[in-house]
Design a protein around this ligand. Structure first.
Ligand code: PMP
Length: 360
């Protein structure tokens, strides 16, 4: 559909297509990289208490206590931490604050598909660099003859949907290649085995690291994302947020997120459980003939050389197992499978076995 009332940009937008959030129960939901485990009991207790106190008042617009907790957790100052409603919102602010410069933004092809969506929305040309053999990024490919010719760089580390991480030495190389531009490192999945660039913040004024509580901290439903960088970067994000009248985090999100950082033991148990299941599931899929990329995330990216990925995804859906299939060049034969509980992983393996036994 189009309409003569639309501004020219609306017609050009290719909005993000979110993963399915099914309305029926009893599906094994391995399609949107959520945590299969519920939030920590301490988070639930804190939320219940918050429900009984002060919801008639506005929340703290600065999310001060939450930011203080996050800063302490990472050894940063309060002014080096920004929070938003999910990391997608934090990314939106960052794209506006740093990348709207009339120059192309460098990013790998393939990566998190929202980056291209924000480029479309904010009129930022994207300059993509193809992944190499094995869907790996070679950071030297992001080197430009003139570092001033681009608006900045965005990478997901580990990358999505490949699951492959870069070593910190690669991130440092990017930061040095682009000293006058922001290098945004989206660490949505870092807690499942990646190397975080947060310790580099004090050395690099051009580094912005983005985290989410949707994955390793089991709070996708609460919508909390974080950006960390030197004060001048955080100040830019605050200016965008406050000019936009974008909402601060609501009270429940602020206290729930803070409680999630307070229960470090639960966080560690959950992520270890996910990592353990991921390793087991990768081996089982390999035994079933899949090529599995080495994952440092809470999902697996895999393809079966003899089976069509779209047909496999559809067959799994018929068997009540949801996985993600992207109809994109180079990765159209891959499935992205979020790591579930041991029971959910078993249900997936059983369904795959059944499908593979069928004639092609
Ligand atoms: N970055 C990456 C790489 C992701 O995969 C996701 C989740 N789809 C996000 C950011 C956004 O997560 P959220 O908005 O839930 O914080």
């Amino acid at each position: 559909m189009t309409s003569s009332f639309w501004s020219p940009v609306v017609g050009t937008l290719k909005p993000y297509v979110p993963g399915e959030q099914p309305r029926v129960a009893n599906l094994v939901k391995l399609n949107t990289n959520e945590n299969p485990y519920p939030p920590s009991p301490w988070v639930l207790k804190t939320l219940e208490a918050a429900l009984r106190t002060g919801l008639e008042r506005y929340p703290d617009p600065e999310s001060t206590e939450l930011r203080r907790t996050i800063a302490a957790h990472h050894g940063l100052q309060l002014g080096e931490v920004f929070v938003g409603n999910g990391s997608d919102e934090v990314l939106a602010h960052a794209f506006q604050a740093f990348f709207q410069q009339g120059l192309p933004l460098l990013m790998p092809d393939i990566t998190y598909s929202f980056y291209a969506v924000y480029c479309g929305l904010y009129g930022i040309p994207a300059k993509t660099v193809p992944l190499r053999e094995g869907l790996r990024l070679q950071v030297a490919d992001l080197q430009e003859p003139s570092a001033e010719a681009v608006a900045g760089v965005v990478v997901a580390n580990p990358n999505a949907p490949t699951g492959i991480g870069l070593p910190l030495s690669d991130i440092e190389q990017l930061l040095r290649q682009h000293p006058n531009r922001v290098v945004l490192v989206d660490e949505a999945y870092v807690d499942f085995g990646g190397q975080s660039a947060v310790p580099l913040i004090e050395h690099y004024p051009n580094l912005l690291v983005v985290h989410t509580l949707s994955k390793s901290r089991s709070l996708a439903g609460l919508r909390v994302g974080v950006a960390m960088g030197q004060r001048h970067l955080v100040e830019a994000l605050e200016r965008i947020k406050n000019s936009f009248n974008s909402y601060p985090l609501d009270k429940l999100a602020q206290v729930g997120a803070q409680a999630a950082y307070e229960d470090q033991a639960y966080f560690d148990r959950c992520r270890q459980a996910v990592i353990h299941s991921r390793e087991g599931l990768s081996l089982q899929l390999e035994d079933l003939g899949f090529e599995v990329l080495p994952s440092q995330t809470n999902f697996i990216f895999a393809r079966h050389p003899q089976r069509d990925a779209a047909a496999l995804a559809a067959g799994l859906r018929e068997r009540a197992v949801l996985v993600r299939h992207f109809r994109l060049p180079r990765i159209e034969q891959f499935l992205r499978i979020s790591v579930g509980t041991p029971d959910q992983c078993q249900a997936l393996v059983d369904a795959v076995r059944e499908l593979l036994a069928l004639p092609v």
